[in-house]
Design a protein around this ligand. Structure first.
Ligand SMILES: NC(=O)c1ccc[n+]([C@@H]2O[C@H](COP(=O)([O-])OP(=O)(O)OC[C@H]3O[C@@H](n4cnc5c(N)ncnc54)[C@H](O)[C@@H]3O)[C@@H](O)[C@H]2O)c1
Length: 345
């Protein structure tokens, strides 16, 4: 299973839809990786993404190839468990899109299958890999902000009716696992808990206000109490006329930091100056799901390659990735029951 440092790590991609282009370009950008094959039920889509690599309409045929070391799982969210478990049983390392799965039970089944097969499980949360976000995490974790008092995530995005109508899995409980919280805001829910620490309890309201023919929420708010005692909020929608960059606000006794679209826009920290990085063009993913930068995916694919070669866990493994699913599950339960919900759920 271990791959020598000098060798190329061979990738396959399962699911050749919207997000798969970020995986393909990330693999092609990594000098230690090669894309060998793509599988999609739609042959034309697979061929377009493969650009010369082999294509399959059955992902089982891709998994039979002994030369493939790792597969990127880019199928609809509620199919992640079956594909990841098949990949693990075939001895392939797995890098799967967010959310790891649509329920905690299915997420745990993937974690257990990968552990049992002795393969690595990496889960895409690409925002964690942006330079500004990493620097903020380091600063918060070092205690420089003093006692943390508030952590807020604002994800006021736009997803058109056409987006929800484009595939029959979108906006369903079974395949999407939820609406704006489980699909879009999960990135910022993840960052919030990564920075602020575990969540003790939540109270949520969700609503379907504008989008039609969906089972899930297009608008959501939640109040959070973190285990540390700090408080916070999540406000998220895909229903507004247009989207704006997502904001993450971390406030402590001795420092305030605000990130917008993964970039630091407020740095007010006692005795520590703001780090400076090359600006990253984040695209306009807040309004258009096809306009997301591949910069984060590139860093995460590189991390997976290094994890395989160094035989260490990837930076975002299954246990890390399930934390955001648990918080969102608690918000959904709270919204349904009309009462606060304590974690673990
Ligand atoms: N990290 C991000 O920012 C980001 C962005 C978009 C989507 N995603 C995630 O990526 C996943 C896919 O989303 P998408 O928007 O690309 O969906 P999509 O509908 O555009 O693409 C899914 C693809 O999977 C294929 N597929 C379905 N069942 C299959 C099977 N059994 N075998 C092979 N192929 C199969 C479909 O034909 C389709 O081409 C979701 O989990 C989503 O949450 C993540």
């Amino acid at each position: 299973m271990a791959i020598p440092a000098s060798e190329t790590v061979v990738f396959g991609i399962i699911g050749a839809g919207t997000v798969s282009t970020l995986h393909a370009s990330a693999i092609r950008n990594c000098s230690e990786a090669r894309l060998a094959a793509v599988a999609d039920l739609c042959e034309e889509r697979a061929r377009k993404l493969a650009d010369g690599a082999s294509t399959y309409t059955s992902y089982h045929s891709l998994l039979e190839r002994p030369d493939i070391d790792v597969v990127c799982v880019c199928v609809p969210s509620g199919m992640h468990m079956s594909v990841c478990m098949d990949a693990a049983q075939a001895g392939k390392h797995v890098i799967v899109e967010k959310p790891l799965e649509v329920t905690l039970e299915k997420a745990d089944a993937i974690i257990n299958a990968c552990d049992a097969a002795g393969v690595k499980l990496g889960v895409i949360f690409q925002l964690r890999f942006l330079p500004d976000v990493g620097a903020v995490k380091e600063t918060v974790s070092s205690g420089t902000l003093g006692k943390l008092v508030m952590g807020d995530a604002y994800v006021k995005w736009h997803r058109s009716q056409d987006y929800y109508d484009s595939s029959d899995w979108r906006g369903t409980w079974q395949m999407d696992g939820g609406g704006v919280l489980m699909n879009q805001a999960i990135h910022h829910v993840d960052l919030l808990q990564w920075m602020m620490g575990p969540v003790d309890s939540v109270f949520g309201y969700t609503a379907t206000l504008v989008r039609e023919r969906i089972e899930v929420e297009d608008t959501a708010v939640a109040c959070l109490r973190f285990t540390s005692g700090a408080l916070g909020t999540i406000e998220a929608c895909t229903s507004a006329k247009s989207g704006v960059p997502a904001r993450l606000e971390i406030r402590g006794e001795t420092g305030n930091i605000v990130l917008e679209d993964g970039k630091i826009v407020l740095w007010d920290v006692d005795n520590v100056s703001q780090p400076a990085f090359e600006p990253v063009d984040m695209g306009s993913g807040f309004s258009d799901p096809k306009a997301i930068t591949s910069v984060g995916h590139q860093a995460q694919i590189r991390d997976m390659v290094r994890a395989i070669k160094e035989n260490r866990p990837p930076a975002v493994d299954g246990h890390e990735a399930r934390k955001a699913i648990e918080i969102i599950t608690a918000i959904y339960r709270s919204a349904r029951a009309g009462v606060p919900v304590k974690l673990p759920v």
